[in-house]
Design a protein around this ligand. Sequence first.
Ligand code: ADP
Length: 647
Amino acid sequence: MFDKILIANRGEIACRIIRSARALGVRSVAVYSEADARAAHVELADQAVAIGGPAPRDSYLRGDAIIRAALDTGAQAIHPGYGFLSENPDFVTQVEAAGLVFIGPSARAIRAMGLKDAAKALMQEAGVPVVPGYHGANQDAGHLAGAADAIGYPVLIKAVAGGGGKGMRLVERREDFAQELQSARSEAATAFGNDAVLVEKFILKPRHIEIQVFGDGVDAVHLFERDCSLQRRHQKVIEEAPAPGMTPEMRAAMGKAAVRAAQAIGYKGAGTVEFIVDGARGLRPDGFWFMEMNTRLQVEHPVTEAITGVDLVEWQLRVAAGEALPKTQDALTITGHAFEARLYAEDVPAGFLPATGRLEHLRFCDAARNDAGVRAGDDISPWYDPMIAKIVTHGATRRIALKQLEAALGNTEVAGTVTNLAFLGALSRHEGFQAGQVDTGLIARDIDALTHEPDLQDWQIAAAAAFAIELPRCTDPLAGFTLGAAIWQDVALDLGDAPVGDVRIAVTGASRARVTLDGREISVRAEGAGLRVEGAPGLVRGCCAHGRITLFGTVPRVLWLRDPLLREGALAAGADLVLAPMPGLVKAVFVVEGEAVEIGTRLAVLEAMKMEYTLTAARAGLVAELLTREGAQVEAGAALVRLEDGV
Ligand code: ADP
């Protein structure tokens, strides 16, 4: 076994790898960017090396600096985590040329699976079922249209170099094919520098079921399936293992196909073979097709660990150190059911926009496995993926594990940024999901119900007012009493941009207050850090920092303490200058200087964190200055467009 390894990553996955390494007696070296100098993974590691600026290309993507850090600290191997350099075959070659071990597959295996067309051809040769379609070299538009006719509509056009759903187009009618091909190609050319595409049958009610494989370069085993059908815009939201409705026959067939895929490329380490399954026809041993192979550890690997009892990172280190596979196929079994929910700092009502902020408060539910890369007090910066944690539950049955997930989400407390907690909670209570009826279209079909914000209850407003004055700290038995009469104060609260009624509060004794809301009176009493509020279903937990009041619980809510000056100032500035909300690439600019715009006119598209974000005018007027151009890389807060009053 190694004495010391370097982890070329950050956040939760770096922390998770450090922990498994430590359990094996292996010391760890973290690397970090300027933005991460005080990050959790830096503190957790035995040693840490600064490798550059906050932008990934200046730090976590700098293979040379990372290899140097490994050599300087005497690390013998590099674990790439996921993302960043994890699937970069050139990096693997450089690591090995420096005399270090890459904890993962060979450069050759990564290359073989790097392009969708070549991977499909390779899999077909190995006898693995692939989605019917054309993945050949002839890229002539007429030829591809002919292939689409032969496959039968609807078809999917996919960039061969694709990832994250980019360069992918659904074509339902023959007459749209030429135009969609054009658009997929141009998107692929910008995103990947490669405009080649393949055409395949579009599966109508697809389920995404993937198989965890593990190889030692000679043998390979599979660790069963994960169902990742709950997706939003091709991004996984909640994953589970095993897949609902899976039969032993289909599991055996999928496992066998995945192992064949791994063996075909002499696979070493942890990998995932992704299949698409036709949910409309039920789970049948002949109803799954290869989509792609991810040659690294996946974000959702903990659900597999939960049901198999295997520590996949431990296996990665052991196999990379030269050991054979720790277990044979027969020795691997499934126990119970597991779910993983991805908790993100994101603004769901604003269209799941990545959010930033300082985590004023962060508390997880003890009953779940919480893989986090941040602590209370840490910042969610605009530089990286805004994931806060992965919340994983494991129970004897699917029903139990899902109940545990719902409870764990309800007991997870985050303040200081907006999160997708309420959305995840709603999803955990979704009837179809509870019944195991999952497909990749579920979230999109029910997005309104899943993101619906229920009306604020009186008890929530009363609790917000009490947190605003920090009632849990008012323990002085004489508090509030002046000659026997309580002093009433106004609490101006906003929900979004709308004021919340006429709220007043008076402290009436130690830890006690009365709130009036449009004349209705509600009594409140602090109990520990929480509140007992008249009409509330239980103890209300929450906090208030910098004017933001967060109520935790099953349906977390954020209210604002109004500061009229601050708000109006911010609005006025925001209306004239259109700023980049995060660092990213300006994909398109729709206006020219001097052009008149209305409220809501599309100004530009910013591509950041795997998402496209449309910037619109917050006021009517004229484009006074265009401060950016298409193709520009911009920092968070950069002014892109300046508007002024029209004539
Ligand atoms: P990317 O690498 O860009 O993420 P994938 O090939 O992995 O693209 O596909 C992403 C998602 O798109 C899948 O998880 C699935 O939901 C959907 N998808 C892919 N291929 C098909 C298909 N042939 N029919 C229907 N949906 C598909």
